[in-house]
Design a protein around this ligand. Structure first.
Ligand code: ATP
Ligand code: MG
Length: 268
C-alpha cells in the first residue's frame, strides 16, 4: 500500500515492505488488469479536462534510488497522456548556466504552465539527497534547504500548481538484481552506469537522507507518497491511482465555450 507521510512524521523505510502488492494477487490478477485500465482511462480524461480548463498545473515529482523504475512509470503512466499537455524533465547534476544559479532556479523554470502536467524525473530533492550524501555542499547549506523547499512548494500550491511527490521504494536486493540484469543482457548494457555502484555503496546514507526529507518536507499541501516498487505492476497501479486521486481532488472543469454551439451553423 502507498504510504502518505503526514507532516513531521518519521517514516522508517526498513519497516515498509517494497514487495507489497497493494491487495492484488499478481500481475495477472483480473482485478489488477481491470483497475489499471480503468485508472489510465480516467487519468486521460482528467488530464484532458485540466488542459482544456487551462487554469492550474500538476507537478509530479518522482524520486528513487537507481533502477527503481522512474523511467518505467513515465512510460506506463505518463505515456498514454495527451502530449500537448504533458512534459517530462530529467534533472542531472547541474552544469553550465544551471550551476551558476541557486538550486531552485532551474527547477522553477520547468514547473508546469497552466493546464499542464509536468513529471520531474529527479528534482530539487537531489539538493538534499545526493548533495548531502556526497557532501557536495556544507551541512549548513543543505540543511537550510528543507525550509526553502517547503516554502517554494507552498508558493506553487497557492499560485495554482498542485504538487504530487512520489518515492519509488525498492529493496537493496531488487536493485542488485536489476543492475545485474543490465550487465548480463547486452540490450540493457546502455542502461548501466558504473557510477550507480558508488551510489549503491551509500545505500544506508541515502535511505536516511530520504527519511529526513520526508519528515521535513511532507506538508499538508505537498505530502510525500511512498510507493512499494519491487513489483513493477504493483508500482504502476499505485502511481496511476495517486494521479487519478490527485486530479479528482483538483476537479478540473471543461471551460464554457465563448460562443453558443446551438447557434453555430455549418454549411452543408
Ligand atoms: P537512469 O535510470 O537512466 O540512470 P538517472 O536519473 O539516474 O536515470 P543519470 O543521468 O544516470 O539519470 O543521473 C543523473 C545524476 O544526476 C544522478 O546521479 C543524480 O543524483 C545527479 N543529480 C541530479 N541532480 C543533482 C544535483 N542537484 N546535484 C548533484 N547531482 C545531481
Ligand atoms: Mg543513472
Amino acid at each position: 500500500m502507498t504510504t502518505r507521510v503526514k507532516p513531521g512524521q518519521r517514516v522508517r523505510l526498513r519497516d515498509l515492505d517494497p514487495a507489497e502488492r497493494g491487495g492484488y494477487d499478481s500481475r495477472e490478477d483480473p482485478k489488477a488488469v481491470a483497475d489499471l485500465a480503468r485508472d489510465l482511462e480516467r487519468l486521460c480524461t482528467l488530464q484532458e479536462t485540466l488542459m482544456a480548463e487551462g487554469q492550474r498545473g500538476l507537478l509530479v515529482v518522482l524520486q528513487a534510488m537507481d533502477a527503481a523504475g522512474k523511467d518505467g512509470v513515465l512510460r506506463k503512466v505518463a505515456g498514454p497522456l495527451d502530449s500537448r499537455g504533458v512534459s517530462v524533465f530529467s534533472f542531472k547534476a547541474p552544469a553550465g548556466e544551471e550551476a551558476g544559479h541557486d538550486y531552485l532556479w532551474r527547477v522553477h523554470q520547468r514547473c508546469p504552465r497552466k493546464g499542464e502536467v509536468t513529471f520531474f524525473n529527479r528534482s530539487h530533492y537531489e539538493d538534499v539527497l545526493v548533495v548531502r550524501v556526497l557532501d557536495l555542499v556544507p551541512r549548513a547549506r543543505w540543511s537550510a534547504r528543507y525550509a526553502h523547499i517547503s516554502a517554494f512548494e507552498q508558493m506553487l500550491h497557492d499560485e495554482g500548481t498542485q504538487v504530487l511527490k512520489i518515492f519509488l521504494h525498492i529493496s537493496k536486493e531488487e536493485q542488485k538484481q536489476r543492475l545485474q540484469e543490465r550487465l548480463d543482457v547486452p540490450e540493457k548494457n546502455w542502461k548501466f552506469d558504473p557510477r550507480d555502484l558508488e551510489m549503491r555503496a551509500r545505500w544506508d546514507a541515502f535511505q536516511e537522507a530520504y527519511e529526513d526529507a520526508f519528515e521535513r518536507t511532507s506538508t499538508e499541501v505537498a505530502p510525500w507518497h511512498i510507493v512499494p516498487a519491487d513489483r513493477k505492476w504493483a508500482r504502476d497501479l499505485a502511481v496511476a491511482r495517486l494521479l487519478v486521486e490527485t486530479l479528482e481532488a483538483m476537479n478540473p472543469r471543461y471551460p464554457k465555450p465563448n460562443y453558443d454551439p446551438k447557434k453555430m451553423k455549418i454549411d452543408p
